[in-house]
Design a protein around this ligand. Structure first.
Ligand SMILES: [Zn+2]
Length: 248
């Protein structure tokens, strides 16, 4: 194979690897974002239960105060019992105490109900807390794995870039400039020709040109997409491995 052509084919192989690595690195944050959603959902759910829990506690505190006040009133009334002179006054006094006792009993029932609710919400809150912790663990684990993956990809990227730098030194400047224009356009600058077709754009190649390309002795470009063309001997097992996929 023509030396420049061989270098172009290999450079394309390196650049295809670099492009694929760059794509993978770019997609890494998206992979992590998928694990943010369960964490955010768990936090929102926890927050909801926490607010309800706080509200119930506040209501219970108010009821406790009410109970205290009413107990105070009852105590004061009772302490005055000895000062009462007439039966009529005494009956009114007892009715007053009875009224406060009724209110007190009602408040006590409300407090009991609130305590049951608070207990249930405490359980819910603990469950929600566990869910958050699990989501946080999952997120951190995923973050760590992706960080490791990123490191590996970056190392591989540096290797490929170093390899590329050594490689382009041997390529004719003008050809390289042409190659870069094509590469920046679609990521594919060098493509195989097969059965009189350019595998870059799928347009036909004139038979005479195709025959020349098959020799791999010179550099030819596709009439339509301008990509560099080369001929690849069909692999003995007939597989298409290593063949560049058609683009645009
Ligand atoms: Zn073409």
């Amino acid at each position: 194979m023509n030396e420049q052509l061989r270098r172009l084919v290999e450079l394309q192989e390196i650049d295809s690897v670099i492009i694929s690595l760059a794509d993978k690195i770019e997609l890494l944050p998206d992979k992590l974002d998928q694990f943010k959603t369960p964490l955010e959902e768990a936090s929102a759910s926890f927050q909801k239960f926490k607010l309800k829990h706080e509200e119930l506690n506040k209501r219970k505190k108010n009821k406790d105060l009410e109970l205290e006040e009413i107990q105070d009133k009852i105590n004061k009334l009772r302490s005055r019992s000895a000062e009462i002179k007439t039966n009529k006054e005494y009956e009114a006094h007892l009715r007053e105490i009875e009224g406060f006792e009724k209110s007190k009993s009602k408040i006590e029932d409300e407090i009991l109900t609130l305590m049951e609710d608070i207990e249930n919400f405490t359980k819910n809150l603990q469950e929600e807390e566990l869910k958050i912790r699990k989501a946080e663990d999952d997120f951190q684990e995923r973050e760590k794995l992706l960080e490791e993956e990123k490191k590996k990809l970056n190392i591989e990227m540096e290797l490929q870039k170093a390899k590329r730098k050594d490689f382009i030194a041997g390529i004719d400047k003008e050809i390289y400039a042409q190659y870069m224009t094509l590469l920046n356009r679609s990521g594919l600058a060098v493509v195989p020709a097969k059965n009189e077709v350019c595998l870059g754009c799928n347009y036909n190649i004139p038979p005479q040109l195709y025959n020349d390309i098959k020799k791999n002795e010179d550099i030819y470009t596709c009439f339509y997409c301008k990509r560099f063309l080369y001929y690849k001997e069909p692999s003995p097992d007939g597989s298409k491995s290593g063949e560049t996929a058609p683009v645009s």
